[in-house]
Design a binder for this molecule. Structure first.
Ligand code: SF4
Length: 350
């Protein structure tokens, strides 16, 4: 008998898998990855220690549709957890069929998380992922209606858990009983639950509803300033950000942007998104000045270049007038100094 387990690498998913292994059930682990999650190392390490095969699946573009307009709403941040879990379990169902497993397990605990683990949420997730009673939550199974694996006797319900709520005490006792050596610290590993990051997500959802994955990828880089509904500036916070900005503007999926680079002084790289109109150049230079050092040198210079866009735009740029970089003298700007970052501005919530 084989099941598929959704694994994050956290304690709950580890225990759910251990409970299945204790009953002699083979487990295939599946880790679901979005551009907002960062816990792959944990799931790899946990799978290794559990002795289960791990497959990592990434989100597809339709994940962004649910992020922009989740049927079951957001949590405290921009986390559409119920829709996200449904999406994950739909992918897990396809995987289950591919590997010949009979059911799916997850480490969800009744009442542990405010948005997605209330009893009603668990049944909503089971139902809308088309799994219904093929989805077993071993840690809370005794509090939930018996699933098909329990009714058929594939799994002994008596050996499953009745955990509920946020306390980890009982889970840690179970971990000790099951011989789990490393007990991971609790973390969602998902930046959508972070309040400041969420502001940037909402800003994008509201002002640029056609945003693509590349736009969401940029949210973890630099300071973001919104100039108008279409136009935004990203300013690097440190050397790592500056390199990321330089890299991201060259990606094949990068839209048309203007890239700004300091020459001969300590300052950030900047990227103007949503417009290639040079009317925005003074404010970009002002933002760069705001975060620069060494401006006492005379005439600090910034080079601006066109980048990104469609293959045709890139081809035309290699020979046309936009092939050249343009040099500007850095100047402070009171308008730029007054601009708030998106994370400093009052929250706009979809
Ligand atoms: S915390 Fe993030 S990854 Fe986890 S269910 Fe919620 S939205 Fe999805």
């Amino acid at each position: 008998m084989k099941c598929v387990a959704l694994i994050s690498g956290g304690l709950d998913s580890i225990l759910a898998i251990r409970l299945m292994q204790e009953q002699g059930i083979e487990v295939e682990a599946l880790n679901f990855r979005t551009v907002f999650t960062c816990c792959q190392d944990q799931s790899a390490q946990a799978s290794h220690e559990l002795g289960v095969r791990l497959t990592v699946v990434g989100q597809e573009d339709d994940y962004l549709d649910l992020l922009k307009n989740p049927k079951f709403g957001y949590g405290k941040g921009a986390n559409p957890c119920v829709d996200c879990r449904i999406y994950m379990f739909q992918k897990a169902k396809q995987f289950m069929e591919q590997v010949g497993a009979k059911f799916i397990i997850s480490g969800e605990v009744v009442g542990q998380r405010p948005m997605s683990q209330k009893r009603n949420d668990l049944s909503t997730i089971s139902h809308h992922s088309d799994l219904d009673d093929l989805l077993l939550r071993p840690l809370s199974a005794k509090l939930l209606p018996p699933t098909l694996p329990e009714r058929e006797g594939w799994v002994d319900r008596e050996k499953l858990g009745d955990f509920q709520g946020r306390s980890r005490k009982g889970l840690i006792e179970l971990a000790n009983r099951l011989g789990v050596k490393e007990i991971p610290t609790p973390s969602t590993g998902c930046s959508l639950t972070e309040p400041l990051f969420s502001k940037k997500v909402y800003d994008l959802n509201i002002h640029q509803p056609d945003s693509k994955r590349w736009d969401y990828d940029t949210l973890s880089v630099g300071r973001h300033f919104r100039l108008n509904d279409k136009v935004k500036v990203i300013v690097g916070k440190d050397a790592q950000d500056n390199e990321k900005i330089r890299y991201m503007k060259e990606m094949p999926e990068a839209p048309s942007t203007l890239f700004f680079e300091p020459i001969g002084f300590m300052g950030p790289n900047a990227l103007l998104l949503g417009s290639q109109d040079t009317e925005h150049v003074p404010v970009v230079l002002g933002l760069m000045a705001r975060y620069s050092r060494g401006l006492e040198e005379e005439n600090p210079v910034v080079e601006m270049s066109y980048s990104g866009g469609t293959p045709k735009e890139r081809q035309e740029r290699s020979t046309g007038e936009n092939a050249q970089t343009i040099s500007y003298t850095l100047e402070e700007s009171s308008a730029a100094n007054e601009l708030q970052t998106i994370t400093e501005a009052p929250s706009v919530r979809a």
